[in-house]
Design a protein around this ligand. Structure first.
Ligand code: NAI
Length: 303
């Protein structure tokens, strides 16, 4: 089945370079009208230049596609509203939003200035929330929308020196987990991409042997599919790197269930810890209340 975006309008934040640029090019190739958002700037978010977004817009137009540049930062509510307004002013709708913009300010937690923690959370977590919130009423009104958040293994598994980034990147998963419920009635699907690619953000971190395979355009099919009408799932996390694609999921173990009518001691928990953490019967975690009710029913506490 051919995945097309004819008459669809997509916004890609941070689309002036790396992964965002590759997503924007693929969207445009498939017929989307694309807002290429990027204020330019260095990896740490300082400085700026409109030339970065302009270049990608020129690339899209040279191939016969439609695109418009926007230079606002996702990190302010005003900026996010203006990004969405750019799409509305030009084409009158927003069908897909890929929250991709990102910066890094890596430092061990004990050395990290609070400002660096805030700046990274501001762009990744609040920026994703602001842009989604600006697009949300439009998507609700038209009863159609696709939102893609961009997380990182640093948020899902952790990484030394990236407490600000990891916290923000785990945050966007939480945002998607909640919005999938709120968007369902309006055909708004909210999913998460966990990419890995050789970009300026990772050029100093990557094993040179794998770097040639870590092309951003090998990640974009996942991002763009999640942003398409073909995507009817919500709340998924797709990991994509070097042409490999997997699903990431939170799991819950069977654990233990003590009698809640009786006291639970520290020693009881300590003795049960190996069973609590035993993954052999783990299952995807979805509805916490349902799980608890099942457990209390199994030991005869509720009907
Ligand atoms: P990149 O540095 O090449 O691209 C990020 C783009 O975001 C830049 O063009 C930058 O100007 C733009 N940007 C920065 N602050 C912005 C703001 N306030 N508003 C709008 N745009 C802004 O980096 P890359 O690798 O392409 O990263 C894209 C996304 O993927 C980021 O969210 C990053 O955290 C995430 N990611 C990347 C991985 C990788 O292996 N490259 C791994 C995991 C996640």
């Amino acid at each position: 089945m051919s995945i097309r975006f004819d008459n669809r309008v997509a916004i890609v934040t941070g689309a002036g370079a790396g992964l965002g640029r590759a997503h924007a090019l693929l969207l445009a190739e498939r017929g989307a009208k694309v807002v290429v958002n990027d204020p330019g700037g260095s990896v740490d978010g300082r400085g700026g230049s409109g030339a970065v977004a302009d270049k990608v817009v020129a690339e899209i137009r040279a191939k016969g596609g439609e695109a418009v540049a926007n230079y606002d930062s996702v990190g302010t509510w005003e900026g996010a509203q203006n990004i969405v307004k750019t799409a509305m002013d030009k084409w009158g709708r927003v069908d897909a939003l890929i929250n991709n913009a990102g910066i890094l300010r890596d430092k061990a937690f004990h050395n990290m200035p609070v400002e660096d923690f805030e700046a990274v959370v501001q762009v990744h977590l609040l920026g994703s929330a602001y842009c989604t919130k600006a697009a949300w009423p439009i998507m609700r009104e038209q009863k159609y929308g696709r939102v893609v958040m961009t997380t990182s293994t640093s948020g899902i598994f952790g990484n030394f020196g990236q407490s600000n980034y990891g916290a923000a990147k785990a945050g966007v998963c939480g945002l998607a987990n909640c919005l999938r419920f709120e968007g369902a009635k309006y055909n708004i699907m909210v999913n998460v991409l966990s990419p890995a690619a050789y970009t300026r953000m990772t050029e100093n971190l990557m094993n040179p042997a794998v770097a040639p395979y870590m092309k951003p355009e090998l990640v974009s099919p996942a991002a763009v599919w999640l942003a398409s009408e073909a995507c009817t799932v919500s709340g998924e996390i797709v990991f994509a790197q070097a042409g490999g694609f997997t699903r990431l999921q939170y799991f819950e173990t069977d654990g233990v269930q003590f009698d809640p009518d009786q006291p639970v001691t520290l020693e009881m928990f300590a003795d049960a810890f190996a069973t609590v953490t035993d993954l052999s019967h783990a299952h995807p975690l979805r509805t916490i209340m349902g799980e608890m009710e099942n457990k209390l029913r199994a030991i005869g506490k509720i009907k």
